[in-house]
Design a protein around this ligand. Structure first.
Ligand SMILES: Nc1ncnc2c1ncn2[C@@H]1O[C@H](COP(=O)(O)OP(=O)(O)OP(=O)(O)O)[C@@H](O)[C@H]1O
Ligand SMILES: [Mg+2]
Length: 504
């Protein structure tokens, strides 16, 4: 018999279905006080669903939840909070047009004069303290919309900490964090652990799990596969349990770039963000752009794609000088840009998978202005199959897909437009290992078809694994360029880090 008292939290035989999907089937999950318990599994395995049950967002169809040995019903997020459970969501859930401080204490604002007024001074003082604990240098009176995603993610962390939870769930907190912020977060996690707080930690970055977690639970297709001490497992063991099969080569590379240049950027400068950037991209080439987050990589992509204007410089496509003043123009010239922030800039969450995949080609599949839904459905179906998007059918709303599968929908939309030049900004953020391998294979295949690909990535193994050539950007300047043969992680790091030097 299991000693259920040993566990601060235990979920037994949890079942949760959605129309057409069994998200969790007979899952048991037990966490001890003061442990960091990692939860891993492929995209769609059921991780977020299980956590949302603990956080009072979903109620299970079946099964029981115990806190400190007592059966509890967690009927709402408010109830979860009052039971000492806080959750940091995978998709940021902050209100963009409220301030950082308002977001942290939303619904829990301190009052004065018998609840008649919000005590703003107190609220902002408290917020400042929470942010200080996370070494986050941001004024709590700033609007959330005005701070970068990495900082928004840290505000989510501050919010979860501010309720003084006994159990904190972190659903992929680091996917949008810089390395520096990840370090800070890990420091905070260690000190929470010392205070006896339990952290349930979801991440697709297995190295992180080995660094920070005590135990790990693996889910696959809604089933509990294993729970084990992290020290008893290797990364390969975890991957095998996650995907249920041996993974082949993660970074397939079968193609070589062609000779003709399809994109050239000359002397591009924009304020302090970009300084005299020069580079070219060949047909069928994968050009990696490395650098620290905030170095100017996304700004460069935005400038090329016509989102932001720049002060000086020239862009040539297929040898012809072009001026791109809007994303619409960029698309007409054969460019595609997968942005790093899928929720804000990419997906239509309330629309179906089919609508999201085919939105760019509606015209092409219409007769006299009427779209052929049959053809669009077939087309969407093709991408769902090709990219292994887990959805019960093409009509499922995108907001109901798991995070990684949402990302695949967005990639499918761009592929549908057949771009000749495709810019991918952190394309595998939040994507599981199996799906990563699929995306890398896809990049290789597109390159083989002659598409020029610019890959912006913070993951060094990824950028080294699939790029033909890599340029490194630091503080808006190109500080290094390497071919596939000569590049190493060290060389990139030297060029990327502030105070680094040019490598030969
Ligand atoms: N509200 C919902 N309505 C319908 N289906 C849902 C809903 N929420 C989740 N699902 C489905 O349940 C399954 C499990 O999803 P879940 O979000 O828990 O996966 P996950 O393990 O968190 O994946 P990821 O790593 O991509 O975030 C998926 O098939 C998903 O599409
Ligand atoms: Mg999830």
């Amino acid at each position: 018999m299991i000693d259920k008292k040993k566990y601060i939290l235990s979920l037994e035989n949890i079942r949760k279905t959605f129309p057409g999907v069994t998200a969790l089937d007979n899952v048991t999950f037990r966490a001890e006080a003061g442990e960091i318990h990692a939860l891993v599994g492929e995209n769609g395995a059921g991780k977020s669903t299980l956590m949302k049950i603990i956080a009072g967002i979903y109620s299970p169809d079946n099964g029981s939840i115990r806190l400190g040995g007592n059966i509890v019903e967690i009927s709402s997020p408010g109830k979860a909070q009052s039971l000492g459970i806080g959750m940091i969501h995978q998709e940021l859930a902050l209100v963009p047009y409220l301030t950082v401080g308002q977001n942290i204490y939303l619904g829990r604002e301190p009052h004065r004069y018998l609840k008649a007024f919000i005590d703003w001074k107190k609220l902002y003082n408290m917020a400042e303290e929470q942010l200080g604990a996370l070494k986050l240098e941001v004024d709590p009176k700033t609007f959330v919309i005005d701070i970068p995603i990495a900082q928004q993610q840290m505000v989510e962390v501050a919010k979860a900490l501010s309720i003084n939870a006994k159990i904190i769930i972190m659903d992929e907190p680091t996917s949008a964090l810089t390395d520096k912020e990840t370090r800070i977060l890990f420091g905070v996690m260690r000190s929470l652990k010392e205070q006896g707080i339990t952290i349930i930690y979801i991440s697709h970055r297995l190295e992180e799990i080995f660094e920070i977690a005590d135990r790990v639970t693996v889910l696959r297709d809604g089933l509990h596969i294993a729970t084990s001490l992290i020290s008893d497992l290797s990364q390969d063991d975890i991957v095998r349990m996650m995907v249920g099969r041996e993974l082949g080569d993660l970074y397939p590379k079968n193609t070589i770039p062609q000779e003709n240049c399809i994109l050239e950027v000359k002397n591009l400068s924009s304020g302090k963000l970009l300084k005299d950037i020069n580079f070219h991209l060949n047909k069928g080439e994968v050009l990696g752009i490395s650098g620290l987050i905030g170095a100017g990589r996304t700004e460069l992509a935005r400038a090329i794609f016509g989102i932001d204007s720049f002060d000086s410089g020239e862009i040539f496509i297929d040898g012809t000088k072009v001026s791109i003043n809007s994303p619409g123009e960029a698309i007409r010239m054969g460019l595609g840009f997968l942005t790093e922030d899928r929720k804000e800039q990419g997906l239509f969450m309330g629309m179906s998978v089919r609508e999201n995949i085919t939105i760019g080609v509606l015209k092409k599949f219409s007769t006299f202005g009427f779209p052929s839904f049959r053809k669009l459905k077939i087309l969407a179906g093709k991408f769902i199959k090709q990219m292994n998007i887990r959805t019960p059918n093409v009509n499922q709303k995108v907001k109901n897909l798991s995070g990684g599968n949402q990302q695949k929908v967005l990639i499918a939309r761009w592929l549908n437009l057949n771009p000749g030049i495709l810019i991918l900004d952190e394309p595998t953020r939040g994507i599981d290992v199996g799906a990563k391998a699929e995306i890398y294979a896809l990049i290789d295949r597109l390159a083989g078809e002659g598409v020029g690909i610019i890959l912006i990535s913070s993951e060094l193994p990824e950028i080294i694994g699939i790029s033909d050539r890599i340029i490194v950007i630091r503080q808006g300047e190109i500080t290094g360029e390497f071919t596939r043969e000569e590049v190493t992680q060290d060389k990139i790091m030297q060029c990327a880090a502030a105070g680094g030097r040019y490598a030969s």
